[in-house]
Design a protein around this ligand. Structure first.
Ligand code: V47
Ligand code: SF4
Length: 386
């Protein structure tokens, strides 16, 4: 608060940046041009002050995490996204993996005595794993673990499943919901600009379809997340355009929980010649996301992708959620070259990360219901199991 006031009062910054700081202080929404100005002219320290002001106004020091696992049923995929290091085309099937239904259910059973609250199910788009297969799988997962929150299937997977099953998005989502699916993750959004999308992921669901699927889910009371894949061949204007389309849909439905910027990682994919962004740019991007996405309650730094150190630093640049324990159950980012090669954090490590950043660790459910407030946790107690 004081810092924001000082930026405005001192008046020795670029006039556009001072005006933006004034708008932020008054709680006003930024325009497209102002968003682009932040990217072009905003230095990290300035952006941090703005983002922190909003973060603390919305959440104080509260920083959320959860106890979760991922299930990636297959990495065989009919699509060919240029940035993807993880998938294998159907014709190279022998290089990929396909979990059987029994293997997936066994994974769930192996967590029977562990206090996880969420399973995140996403994978490649496999022609043999369709809508009804997945609906029944979710039903069986819920039989094993009735209380678990099932956050499953990106809009890319859903578009394909519904098309193959010849049902509308509404019908398809309703079937999944009736079998126990609770919400949708934010993947597959990439960058909505049609020209860039054509270059990096031409053959999968369009931007309009991604937005329509999320809108339909929200109508059915299935909340969702939103992502943005940044730091490849897009411009700052493309990032702001992406955020505008999400901001508009959020105005309409209010169904998004969290915005998750995803840094492009360049190992082992068809875009390895594109350099990765610097940590400074990553923090700037989090901060601008916080400032620009005024109708999103939460901004998440997904630590298996960005690395735990940058995730911790991001807590001073607008981020208020660092995802969960993961337990080494996802390969998407380790295969793309993340520093986190076996992503696992215990609850205690997550608590320490947040406390060391001077924030308040809160264990949440998927929909941000508070499960445990660890603000007064003493690290030497060693009392949190798992
Ligand atoms: O859609 C794939 C991205 C996404 C690369 O909703 C890449 O809570 C960077 O969306 N470099 C899937 N990114 C993951 C995802 C996600 C992850 C964690 C939490 C949530 C949530 C959602 O991963 C894909 C794509 O945008 N991705 N390859 C890469 N080389
Ligand atoms: Fe398939 Fe998803 Fe990888 Fe694209 S990002 S190739 S849709 S697994």
């Amino acid at each position: 608060m004081e810092n924001l006031g000082r930026i405005i009062a001192e008046g020795n910054l670029d006039q556009d940046l001072i005006q933006i700081a004034e708008k932020v202080k008054e709680g006003k929404r930024l325009t497209t041009e102002e968003g682009i100005t932040l990217f072009e002219k905003g230095e990290l320290a300035y952006l941090g002050v703005l983002a922190n002001y909003i973060r603390e106004k919305k959440h104080g020091n509260k920083t959320y995490f959860n106890r979760n696992i991922h299930i990636e049923p297959t990495n065989i995929c009919v699509f060919d996204c240029k940035f993807c290091s993880y998938s294998r085309l159907l014709k190279h099937k022998q290089e990929g993996w396909e979990m059987t239904e029994e293997e997936i259910l066994e994974t769930m059973r192996s967590y029977e005595n562990k206090p996880i609250t969420e399973v995140h199910i996403v994978g490649g788009v496999h022609p043999k794993m369709g809508l009804h297969y997945f609906a029944n799988l979710i039903k069986k997962i819920k039989e094993i673990r009735p209380d678990i929150h099932v956050k499953a299937f990106t809009a890319v997977e859903l578009e394909y499943m519904c098309r193959k099953a010849k049902v509308s998005y509404e019908e398809g989502l309703k079937i999944l919901k009736d079998h126990g699916q609770n919400s949708l993750p934010g993947g597959g959004a990439e960058i909505f600009d049609e020209e860039i999308r054509e270059k990096i992921c031409a053959d999968k669901c369009s931007s309009a379809q991604w937005l329509e699927i999320h809108e339909t889910a929200h109508k059915l009371d299935m909340p969702s997340n939103a992502t943005m894949l940044y730091g490849h061949i897009e411009s700052y204007a493309h990032r702001i355009d992406h955020m505008n389309r999400l901001r508009e849909l959020q105005d309409k439905t209010g169904g998004f929980n969290t915005f998750i910027p995803l840094k492009f990682r360049n190992k082992g994919n068809q875009m390895s010649d594109v350099d990765e962004t610097t940590m400074i740019e990553d923090l700037r991007n989090y901060a601008i996301s916080r400032v620009y996405m005024d109708n999103f309650d939460h901004i998440k730094a997904y630590w298996p992708m960005i690395g735990r150190k940058t995730a911790q630093a991001s807590l001073n640049f607008g981020v208020n959620d660092i995802d969960g324990t993961i337990d080494d159950t996802t390969k998407i980012y380790s295969m793309a070259g993340s520093e986190e090669q076996s992503p696992t954090l215990t609850t205690e490590q997550l608590i320490k990360m947040v406390l060391d950043a001077g924030r308040q660790p809160i264990e949440r459910g998927t929909l941000y219901e508070v499960i445990n407030d660890y603000s007064d946790y003493k690290l030497e107690d060693n009392s949190v199991a798992y």
